[in-house]
Write a protein that binds this ligand. Structure first.
Ligand SMILES: *Cc1c(COP(=O)(O)O)cnc(C)c1O
Length: 486
């Protein structure tokens, strides 16, 4: 019986016409699949056109759109990605995704699970993923972990855990004033590391940037000297960060040696393995990444070299109690129980800063379960072979100059031109990369290595073929000629 005092019910948010909605949904699914099936066709990057920008600059709508119009507007977005699903996207470090992941996303969205805690399927799927990660990286069965948006947040969680463990968790209430903690990473370490120092209240200056050798790896002699100098100055060293796969060149720090130094000095050993740690999936490369097993914590991404569709990263912590003590606060309304929905302890909320969180674990589970480690590893090994292939083309060619040894999956080089000084050569190579991106033919990015501007080709793309790299070089020469002629 309805309460006579209540007004007529508004329509709610479910479809009014389910058969029509179903037909629309199937059409949109087909449009998404068409886009994915044609990943190799068309332009790499297409700038968002003015009419699309206008369509997404509307005032706040009081009235909703018609369902079919809305679906058309959604489908209209499909051509305008950054290009990372295309085989000739070589910029930054982007994964290229898989159509298979779409299926997991459909199920995750239909479930609309909140994976912050409680006793339901998503919690067990995430535990399975974490358990697989422990196996993959040689962490003990007692290690903890949580899925997050990416390595940036994973790093914040790992470093806060290291900070709090060092200060016996007093820092959680008292803050870090007077603690004078300092840590160490190479000059080539990713910007998310100093930013994590900033976020956890230590300040980015407290992360010492240790110089690198000619192979862009941390100079361990300089590391020892820096630790000594900081101790003599009355500071408290607490952490060493080793990078497995730097963004600039793909170099990997001497992880076993860093682990030994950390042990000797009583420091937490964290590994930033955003993409490089996944090289453990390739038997040919795994040995170089063995010492990840000795890390106290590891941050890495699924959305880069495991090609899980954005976004998904992970942090693993060797000592579970440290991890939990750095984050767990269970107010009364979130208390666990032995039975009922509030069971299923421990909850993910005890291992990170988020309470409500989506079901990221399903797409990761589906990627690993669907392809298996061998096939995922074969795609990684192929990318490494492609970087070596590109390097073997560039190195002996007098038109080019290799700017760093091709490590892992990254090749950095530039087009040369007679009579240009360093600045002009840098401007030429910057312009080539922008024109390549604007042409829609290919999308590398740039970086600076020892003050020189490099065209940076990163291969974390399971769709790339050798012919794509050949085309890239041909186009660089062609565009470079056109820029110089103008
Ligand atoms: C990409 C990357 C990061 C940051 O990871 P996000 O997933 O983008 O947050 C950190 N370190 C390295 C080495 C990276 O390549």
């Amino acid at each position: 019986m309805t309460d006579p005092k209540l007004p007529a019910a508004p329509p709610g948010l479910d479809p009014e016409d389910w058969p029509a909605f179903r037909a629309t949904a199937h059409r949109l699914l087909d449009a998404a699949l068409d886009k994915m099936e044609a990943a190799r066709e068309g332009r790499v990057w297409t700038p968002f056109p003015p009419e699309m920008k206008a369509a997404f600059s509307q005032p706040l709508p009081a009235q909703g759109q018609d369902e079919a119009d809305l679906a058309s507007q959604l489908a209209a977005l499909l051509p305008y990605g950054v290009g990372n699903t295309h085989p000739r996207f070589f910029g930054w470090v982007h994964g290229s995704g898989t159509p298979q992941n779409l299926l997991a996303e459909i199920v995750a969205s239909a479930l609309n699970a909140n994976a912050g805690g409680r006793d339901h399927g998503a919690i067990y799927v995430e535990r399975q993923v974490i358990s697989w990660c422990r196996q993959l990286f040689g962490f003990p069965e007692t290690a903890s972990g949580i899925l997050v948006s990416g390595t940036s947040l994973a790093t914040v969680i790992a470093l806060k855990t290291a900070r709090d463990a060092r200060l016996e968790f007093r820092s959680r209430k008292e803050g870090v004033e007077g603690a004078r903690l300092v840590g160490y990473a190479s000059a080539e370490a990713h910007a998310c590391n100093p930013r994590a120092f900033d976020i956890i209240g230590l300040g980015s200056d407290a992360l010492r940037r240790i110089p690198v050798n000619d192979a862009f790896q941390m100079d361990t002699g300089a590391l020892r000297a820096a630790i000594r100098a900081d101790r003599e100055a009355g500071l408290t060293p607490f952490l060493v960060i080793g990078t497995a796969g730097t963004v600039n060149t793909g170099s990997t720090d001497p992880l076993a040696e860093l682990s030994a130094i950390a042990k000797e000095e009583g420091l937490w050993f964290h590994v930033d393995g955003a993409f490089g740690a996944l090289a453990r999936l390739s038997p040919k490369h795994a040995e170089r990444y063995r010492a990840i097993e000795q890390a106290d914590s590891l941050a890495f991404d699924f959305h880069k070299w495991m090609h899980v569709n954005y976004d998904a990263g992970c942090v693993l912590v060797r000592e579970e109690p440290h991890h939990r003590h750095a984050f767990s606060d269970r107010p009364d309304y979130l208390k666990g129980a032995a039975r009922g929905i509030a069971a299923g302890n421990p909850w993910p909320v005890e291992y990170g800063p988020e309470l409500s969180r989506g079901f990221r674990a399903l797409k990761v589970w589906s990627q690993i379960a669907g392809f298996g480690t061998e096939r995922l590893g074969a795609a990684i090994a192929r990318n490494c072979d492609q970087a070596a292939y590109l390097s073997s083309k560039v190195a002996p060619d007098p038109r080019f100059e290799l700017l760093a040894p091709a490590r892992l999956n990254i090749c950095c080089f530039r087009l040369k031109a007679d009579g240009l000084d360093e600045a002009a050569l840098g401007a030429l190579n910057e312009e080539i990369v922008i024109r390549l991106q604007e042409s829609g033919i290919a999308a590398p990015s740039t970086t600076k290595l020892k003050g020189r501007t490099a065209i940076r080709v990163n291969l974390t793309n399971h769709r790339t073929q050798e012919s794509d790299l050949d085309l890239l070089l041909t186009e660089i020469v062609r565009i470079g000629g056109a820029v110089l002629a103008a």
